[in-house]
Ligand binder design. Sequence first.
Ligand code: ADP
Length: 184
Amino acid sequence: MRLLLLAAPGGGKGTQGERLASHFGVRHISSGDVLRAAAGDGSPAGREVTAYQRRGDLVPDQTVLNLLLPVVAAAAAHGGYILDGFPRTLPQAITAAEIGVQLDLTLNATIYLHVPEPVLVQRLLARARPDDTPDVIRHRLQVFTDTTSPLIEYYRNRGILVEVNADQPPESITNEIIASLPAS
Ligand code: ADP
């Protein structure tokens, strides 16, 4: 199973990523976690990643691709993945799709978790990560609208978008996702 989770910050990608990974017996890959782990290694590149994350800016595409693609390829070799937070820009999506074609790996679906903005803000304020302050949250939501939300249309045009109401209890969302997946 190869799934991609698309959602605004606070949309529940991490929670659903874990639940779906355990349901399908595949790896859950959170781009935010992979980047935070790289950021913690004390290197200059790591410090640069930390600075982007703290501001709520996207980490540059090339850095993200360098860090994420090997992790995705390794998971693909072990039965698949639930990808959460990557790709997050059109160039990332296009590069990932090109590599997918070369490796003969297609996505089963992209799940868009839709949550009303006031609910997103409430969830993020309750979380208390260093990038969950009101100003940075506002900025991250804007970055989602400007840079990531065009991916919704991109995957819809490719015929693999599944949109789910994610303002529900986690278990209902997981069930709805599983029921909406195309038969493979
Ligand atoms: P959230 O989705 O709640 O913002 P994440 O842990 O997915 O939380 O992401 C946190 C931060 O990590 C983002 O604000 C951004 O700085 C960085 N990040 C995560 N994924 C990507 C990506 N694919 N491209 C660029 N930056 C990313």
